[in-house]
Design a protein around this ligand. Structure first.
Ligand SMILES: *[C@@H]1O[C@H](CO)[C@@H](O)[C@H](O)[C@H]1NC(C)=O
Length: 237
């Protein structure tokens, strides 16, 4: 995803043996980096098996523990869709300090199974069933520390040494839990009403582990991508 880089050009190179270099960027050319990342996202999220990049849309997680200090919340069989439509808002490479920065804005859906008990937004709550999340305009910043490493091909490769992220919700997202209180309508209705109005608050309270898990998967693919593609194919520096 971070191919300001030139994922597209790499792909075209592989297919055509005729490099399209206009998407390769100089380290300090943020505009180029952003355009290149923008162009790369749909291709990258579709998966590039030959570069070890698995499909990211949809992307599946067997289990995610999203518990908070007041709520036990376990998610199973989680499918996230829509990452192909993420928009690159900013992409920067700080060559001197070996850092990559990416800001993307995503609309995505999450579907899975949940089990929860405890307190959610001060509401006593429990349930076990399907969960559906509609994430709207989630803006995610990812900072990566990169180091250089000689690859099996003898060429220089980037490697993701460490990373961190933050996120912000720029629109109203929604969260729906089915079968709250095991279907007890009386108990369920009041909670459903509050939950229906409080998507962003719920995501901020218990959604962060889910977002982190998704970002971790994306960074993992970037790591594999860098392992497969030498630096010289990714930048004009
Ligand atoms: C998750 O999916 C697996 C495989 O389809 C299934 O066996 C399991 O029961 C599912 N787990 C839940 C909690 O739905």
């Amino acid at each position: 995803m971070l191919s300001y880089l030139l994922l597209v050009s790499v792909l075209v190179t592989v297919i055509n043996a005729d490099p399209v270099t206009f998407l390769k960027c100089k380290g300090d050319d943020d505009k180029c980096a952003k355009e290149s990342t923008k162009a790369a996202i749909p291709i990258y999220t579709a998966g590039i098996p030959e570069f070890g990049v698995e499909t990211l849309d949809p992307v599946f997680f067997k289990n995610i523990d999203s518990s908070s200090p007041t709520l036990k919340l376990l998610l199973d069989n989680v499918t996230v869709k829509g990452l192909r439509n993420c928009i690159a808002k900013k992409a920067q490479r700080d060559a001197k300090n070996s850092k990559l920065f990416l800001r993307i804005q995503c609309d995505a859906t999450l579907d899975g199974h949940y089990v929860m008990s405890g307190r959610l937004l001060v509401l006593p709550i429990e349930g076990n069933g399907k969960v559906h999340v509609d994430l709207k305009k989630a803006v995610i910043d990812v900072n990566m520390d990169i180091s250089d490493k000689q690859g099996k091909d003898g060429k220089n490769h980037w490697t993701v040494k460490s990373w961190s992220h933050t996120y912000d919700l720029k629109d109203r997202s929604t969260v729906r839990f089915e079968n709250l209180f095991n279907g007890n309508r009386v108990l369920g209705q009041a909670a459903e009403g509050v939950i229906a109005q409080s998507g962003n608050e719920i995501i901020r309270e218990v959604g962060s582990p889910v977002i982190k898990t998704v970002v971790a998967r994306v960074v993992d693919t970037i790591h594999h991508f860098f392992e497969a593609v030498p630096t010289e194919d990714l930048t004009l520096d």
